[in-house]
Design a protein around this ligand. Structure first.
Ligand code: ASP
Ligand code: MG
Length: 389
């Protein structure tokens, strides 16, 4: 008998039929004799809609209240799934993150999990129940409801799997595996059987939306293997672990972050730029070279409206001396990804396709290429052909 933690994404529970389908899948596992903990996300676009609703009152809703509001999305999914399970004869109870013992710091809307005390979860499993838990949320050391950052249900699943010493942690979603590139952009992208934590964290940080980076880091620290698979069907999916078995390809995968902001200033004006940036914000990339400093940041920080309503970059708030530009960032990941030969070939190939690389940075097992806005998708296609085939 195994203890299995399964996480279902928002698209897998977005309507009545789908909830029922998940319920049957969970009930079948339970019938086999396994203990099952299920983590669910909010249905479909629920979280986005809740945030929009809050913003209809003010551009800067109180972060504490946003957490109260956003955490409601997962409550709907968890209670409906528990109701559906009970209705088909599989005993189940649902818990909020707080009830499940997920303790976080006090950073509202982007809290870190500090500790998990899953006493009630264990007790309900011992009673023979399936335990359904609302993902993405916890309770802070100040006893307020917190959320774990967008996509945070993945973190909930991994944190619970670690605390419960689960035999298996499955992330079940609408995509059936991690691919070598975004399959919607690159038709020849292939599913990856096994990938190292380090490589997956890098792909996640730079745009692979299948899994939250934080969840991968948490799994790495706790030694939990994550299995990613489709919530329908039996495709083998991807295992994320310390070291993949078998021969390693030189480049494992590519990811793409579109519409980032590239800020550039003279070194002498550095203070202007850092003062302007959020003190808590960590840029995606910082490059000091010669007498310039260059930074790539995400424009999505709500406090700083870098984009006007028409979606155009609005540099009017920038200090003079700092220039801003829309960019796309491609991450090339794998054992050889930071080799000079890979970088020069990549840049030359992009140039042949008329894409000029603005800046490249290589570290350890990855290379980042900063490209002009709107060229990222074409670049991903061309680099996939070149490096992965
Ligand atoms: N519902 C949250 C979000 O949309 C958390 C999650 O889906 O993991 O970001
Ligand atoms: Mg997600």
């Amino acid at each position: 008998m195994a203890l299995i933690v399964q996480k279902y994404g928002g698209t897998s529970v977005q309507d009545h039929e789908l909830v029922l389908r998940v319920a049957h899948r969970v009930a079948d596992l339970r019938k086999r004799g396994d203990d099952v903990v299920v983590v669910v996300s909010a249905r479909g676009e629920t979280t986005d809609r809740l945030v929009q609703e809050a913003r209809s009152f003010t551009d800067a809703p109180a972060q504490r209240e946003l957490d109260m509001l956003m955490s409601a999305g997962e409550r709907i999914s968890m209670s409906l799934l528990a109701i559906a399970l009970n209705s088909i004869g599989c005993p189940a109870v649902s818990f909020t993150g707080s009830q499940a013992g997920i303790i976080t710091d006090t950073r509202h809307t982007d809290a870190r999990v500090l500790e998990v005390k899953p006493f009630r979860v264990v007790r309900e499993l011992e009673r023979g129940n399936v335990v359904v838990i609302g993902g993405f949320q916890g309770v802070s050391t100040a006893k307020d409801v917190t959320t774990l950052g967008r996509g945070g249900s993945d973190t909930t699943a991994v944190a619970l799997a670690a605390a419960l010493k689960a035999d298996l942690c499955e992330i079940l979603t609408d995509v059936d595996a991690v691919h070598t590139a975004d399959p919607r952009l690159v038709p020849t992208a292939r599913p990856i059987d096994e990938i190292a934590y380090e490589d997956m964290a890098e792909l996640a940080r730079f745009g692979a939306r299948i899994l939250k980076e934080e969840a991968v880091r948490f799994a790495e620290r706790s030694g939990i293997e994550i299995h990613i698979a489709g919530s329908e069907g039996d495709a083998a999916g991807t295992i994320i672990l310390e070291k993949p078995h078998g021969e390693e390809p030189p480049v494992v995968g590519l990811s793409l972050l579109e519409r980032q902001t590239f800020l550039s200033a003279r070194r002498a004006d550095r203070a202007l730029m850092t003062r302007w940036m959020e003190p808590t914000e960590s840029p995606l990339l910082i490059v000091h070279s010669g007498d310039r400093i260059e930074i790539v940041v995400s424009p999505n920080t709500p406090e700083r409206a870098l984009w006007d309503d028409a979606g155009e970059l609005d540099a009017s708030e920038l200090p003079s001396g700092v220039t801003a530009m829309d960019v796309d960032v491609i991450s090339i990941v794998g054992s050889d990804a930071a080799y000079r030969e890979v970088i020069t070939r990549s840049i030359a190939e992009l140039e042949r396709s008329g894409i000029e690389c603005i800046c490249s940075v290589a570290t350890g097992r990855s290379t980042l290429l900063v490209l002009p806005a709107a060229s990222g998708a074409r670049a991903e296609l061309c680099l996939h052909d070149l490096l992965i085939g």
